[in-house]
Each structure stands twice: as structure tokens, then as C-alpha cells.
Design a protein around this ligand. Sequence first.
Ligand code: ADP
Length: 238
Amino acid sequence: EAPATADITVSGVTRSFGAVKALQGVDLTAPAGAITALVGPNGSGKTTLMLVLASLLKPDAGSVTIAGFDPLVHPAAVRRNTGWMPDTLGVWESLTAREVLVTMGRFYGMDRDRVRSRAAQLLEWQELSTLADQPARVLSRGQQQRLSLARAILHDPQVLLLDEPASGLDPGSRIRLRDDLKQMAAAGKTILVSSHVLSELDEMADLAIFIQAGATVRVEDLSQEGAAGGRYLISALD
Ligand code: ADP
């Protein structure tokens, strides 16, 4: 069996916004073929870290590799290998579901015909075909998150970063998200998913990395029998 590879490595990453030290020395690795949960209370730096990993924000110090590339040296290679699912669709909500995918495809420089067919395929996979020409803002939270997942994997990235994807989802949508992510992990993708509540993720994650005040404080293998420690820790953090 091939040795496990780590598609995400982070070492000593710091990032401040003015006087706010959002990240104060983050170290972590996330293995390929697994779902890693990034867990910490609101304001602990999860989104900031994900933006750094997605090559959308530069760290002040420290180093990062994504699929073997340093975002500061090879930002285009990192974008090609990374799918980013923010916590909401934001301004994209004014586009139709299909336009969201086609516009993102253009951003990735994908061929027009390939984007069209890939968009249709992803809309069908997420059971959004009948809503394809509706503005995304009229979709339910669950449907919007399914669209957002389709957008994140449009270019078939190796690494998937999801910011609070389970937040505000009904139980059925949460199970669906879990099954989709598990399928992608089984196909060898590297998946990092954040939450401020571990219980949202403990049914799907293989590993939990706890972050507090901008620093990683603990790693727990959730696949181990009786791995309940994390649950107690996070209730203490909340
Ligand atoms: P989390 O995702 O865990 O809730 P964030 O990464 O969003 O945490 O925020 C970490 C800290 O950095 C918080 O104190 C937040 O207010 C601050 N912060 C994040 N982004 C900005 C920004 N663009 N400008 C100023 N402060 C920010």
C-alpha cells in the first residue's frame, strides 16, 4: 500500500488584521483520502486559515503547501488543485444556479463546452436540474449549499476546503453532505471542513483538529474506538 500523502501542510502560519492576531502559529497536516474537521469556537481563525489555504489571503509568516504547491509561489497551481466552499454564496445569489457554475468555469479558464456539460452533470447529481434557471437566492439553504458544493468541485480539484458547510442545514441535507464528502474522500480527495460544533461533523470526519485563539491545540483521530475526548473538549471551548 502506498504511504499516506498529506495534501495540506501548514507550519507556523500567522496572520493579523491590524491589532487582531487572527492566526498565531498554526501547524497542521491533512491526509489525502480522509475528511479532516477543523473545529474551534467563533473567532478562533478557521475562516482566516481556509482563506490562506485557498490562496485568497496571504499569511504574514509561516509556510503552506497544497497538493505539493506553495500558494505564494504557485497561486495558479493551488487554485487549480483547490475547491473552496465559503459559508454562503454571497453576491453569487443573484445569478441562476446554472450561471453560478458557468461563471465559475470561466473564472477557472475551462473550455465553454466542457463547462456546460460539467454544469449539467453536477446540477443533476445535486438534484438541482429543475431549478437550474432560478436565481440562487430563491433556493433553500440546503439547495444553496448543494449548488455551492457543485461550484467548489467544478474543476475537479484534489483538495476541498469547506467553511461551516453543515451550518443551518436540516438533518436530511446534512446526511447528504456527509455521504457526498465521504464518497470524495474514498476517491482519494483531501477534505478539510470547518465547524464551531464538532457534533455537526463527528459522523463524517476521520480526524479532528482543534483550533483556539488562532493556534492549533489538539488533534484527535475520530476513527478510533471511544474517541469521545474531542466532544468534551469542544463543549469546553464553546
Ligand atoms: P472563525 O472562522 O473561527 O469564526 P475568523 O477567521 O473569521 O474566525 O476570525 C478570526 C479573528 O480575526 C476574529 O477576531 C475576527 O474578528 C478577525 N478577522 C477576520 N477577518 C477579518 C478582517 N477581514 N478584518 C479584521 N478582522 C478580521
